[in-house]
Design a protein around this ligand. Structure first.
Ligand code: ADP
Length: 616
């Protein structure tokens, strides 16, 4: 081997490409180190066997090379799973024969990378085309550079060509000014997220889309256009509308409920306040929701108690409060009575989130019950008075004759005893006591038979004035000042003058007894609808609260046995009731008492007296 061939071989051994040489019978004459590494030692064997073929390779170009041609091919070698760029050259031997020299450059990596790039591009394109939202790239001036099928479908365009030629400002955006605003935002911020606008479908109808886009810039940072996604919001809008309708429906049910309904979160902030709550508690929803604390509508400490009861199992189960009596504080501070039913509201995980309560305003019912109770009490009182009246009149009947008998006998005895006789004094005393007894009996009888006198229309003011004049002196002696505030033009009342005089007289006597140190006695008259009202007020000792309900009873007296027998007011009561009127009293112990008498102007109202004390 000459020196040149040795050098040549050394070079061939050191280079990275695989090299082999075959003769015209395809027998390998030489393989360099890289070729042996890849395919194994094959010198002396047929090249196609080493490359892993049974016969000459189908792509073999050896004949052309043996004729002196050079060529470069790209070839996949399955034995080593590599792609080679194969360069084949003819090589003239010293004997004039031609061999073929092949250089194999491994380009697998290169090809793989290209392949991957191509595949990834395809993936992106597929994603771009098939993703469920519209994707587009547009120029700053307002033309599409590209848009995916989803965007075409959304806007109902068939031809991509037509779509890409649209003038975006006028043919895509429903309102061009929206695009201007969008451009300002995106160019300032670099991006826009969830920007809701109306796009125009091919048929001109609007489509609500949500845009999320980025700005596209060149290397110098100049804005080229925008790229982004457009999501169809129609479905969301429909869902939102359905949700809103469901919410509105629920709200209407709550609002139109005749019972007050309210809800609050766990901090006590009011969340729901319906119209019935507004009406019953006086606060408007606008004053309560998010503004008023729920504790304000209950007396102090009650809200906390309610929460405890809702959470306890004892009032209808945990989370429930069965209807129970409750007090509420209205906006004007007035406390009203009602009932409350409440429940805890839990979220999907079972966590407490709010409470809801509904209540019934019982004020009217409770007031009615109270009025009924009062009427029952009054009826009982009237019954009692009537029974006493009957007893009184029977007693009076029974005692009347014997008393007059005793009186006559005493008078007779008196005439038989000389005035200076010591017994005469005793007789006088007995007689005066008997007279007092007779007077009492007379009162008792007038109580039982009040309607002795014919009634006629008379002026109550005149009756009062007469009685004042008659007793002026007596009142002065007791340091009592009389004030009369009598209404002018008071209508005449159909009445028994004697009985009314007796009533006024009784009032004056009682007032005098109530003001031992003197005071003021006021007479006041007025008209109220179909009634004449007479008020007689004094500044005397007043009536103890526990006595007020007894003072119209017969024989009720707080005076000693000489001064009072307790018939005056019961007689007055009988007279007034018989006139179809009423008598009531109010008093503050220590400050005085005020009697109020009402009498009907119209005689028709007296036809059936409400309480009559007749005995037979
Ligand atoms: P009497 O005067 O004989 O006691 P009445 O029936 O007239 O009987 O009165 C009953 C009671 O009512 C009196 O004993 C007194 O306690 C009370 N009373 C009546 N009028 C007045 C008054 N003007 N001020 C305070 N107490 C009164």
């Amino acid at each position: 081997m000459d020196k040149q061939r040795i050098m040549m071989k050394a070079i061939l051994e050191s280079i990275e490409e695989a090299i082999y040489i075959i003769d015209s019978s395809y027998t390998i004459e030489y393989m360099n180190r890289r070729m042996i590494e890849l395919f194994g030692e094959g010198t002396g064997r047929k090249c196609y066997e080493v490359i892993d073929q049974d016969t000459v390779c189908p792509w073999c170009h050896a004949p052309e090379v043996f004729e002196g041609n050079e060529m470069t091919l790209e070839m996949y070698f399955s034995k080593v799973d590599k792609i080679f760029e194969v360069t084949e050259k003819p090589l003239e031997n010293p004997d004039g024969s031609i061999s073929k020299m092949s250089f194999l450059r491994d380009i697998s990596m290169l090809r793989n990378r290209e392949e991957r790039l191509r595949a990834s591009e395809e993936n992106y394109r597929s994603l771009f085309e098939h993703v469920g939202v519209g994707i587009y790239i547009s120029t700053k001036e307002g033309r599409f550079v590209d848009a995916n099928q989803a965007l075409l479908d959304m806007l109902e365009y068939d031809s991509k060509e037509e779509f890409l030629s649209l003038d975006l400002a006028t043919e895509l955006w429903m309102r061009p000014e929206d695009r201007q605003r969008f451009q300002r935002m995106i160019e300032q911020e670099g991006k826009v997220a969830d920007y809701e606008v109306d796009f125009k479908k091919k048929n001109g109808t609007p489509l609500i889309v949500s845009l999320t886009a980025n700005v596209r810039c060149d290397h110098q940072g100049n804005v080229l256009g925008y790229e982004g996604i457009a999501a169809d919001q129609t479905h969301r809008y429909l869902m939102e509308r359905k949700l809103k309708e469901a919410h509105d429906f629920m709200n209407k049910i709550i609002q139109s409920s005749p019972s007050p309904i309210m809800a609050s979160d766990l901090k006590g902030n009011i969340l729901i306040w319906n119209r019935a709550s507004e009406k019953t508690l006086g606060y408007l929803a606008s004053e309560t929701i998010g503004k008023l604390h729920i504790t304000k509508i209950y007396p102090e400490g009650v809200a906390r108690e309610i929460m405890k009861k809702i959470r306890s199992p004892e009032h209808g189960g945990v989370g429930i409060l069965k209807s129970m009596p409750m007090l509420y504080v209205r906006k004007d501070g007035i406390v009203i009575e009602g009932t409350l039913s409440a429940a805890m509201i839990y979220d999907d995980e079972g966590k407490e989130v709010a409470t809801v309560g509904s209540f019934v305003d019982m004020t009217e019912r409770i007031d009615m019950e109270r009025a009924l109770h009062n009427t029952q009490q009054q009826l009982l009182q009237s019954e009692k008075l009537a029974a006493m009246g009957r007893l009184t009149s029977q007693l009076a009947h029974e005692l009347n004759n014997p008393i007059y008998g005793i009186m006559n006998t005493l008078e007779l005895l008196k005439s038989e005893v000389k005035p200076d006789n010591r017994r005469r004094k005793l007789l006088d005393m007995s007689l005066s006591e008997t007279v007092r007894l007779a007077d009492m009996l007379r009162k008792m009888l007038s109580f039982s038979k009040p309607d002795q006198e014919e009634k006629d229309y008379a002026d109550m003011n005149t009756i009062i004035e007469e009685m004042i004049i008659l007793h002026e002196k007596m009142l002065q002696e007791h340091s009592i000042k009389v004030k009369s505030e009598l209404a002018e033009g008071l209508p005449a009342v159909y009445l028994s003058k004697n009985q009314m005089r007796q009533v006024i007289l009784n009032m004056i006597s009682n007032a005098r007894d109530a003001m031992p140190e003197g005071g003021i006695l006021t007479f006041r008259t007025s008209r109220e609808n179909t009634m004449v009202v007479i008020e007689i007020a004094d500044t005397g000792v007043g009536i103890a609260e526990h006595n007020i309900k007894h003072i119209f009873e017969s024989f009720f007296t707080t005076k000693d046995s000489v001064k009072g027998v307790g018939l005056g007011l019961s007689v007055c009561y009988g007279f007034i009731k018989e006139h179809g009127g009423d008598i009531t009293v109010s008093s503050k112990p220590g400050e005085g008492a005020a009697f109020r008498i009402t009498l009907p102007i119209d005689k028709a109202e007296q036809n059936e007296p409400k309480n009559s004390f007749s005995t037979n």
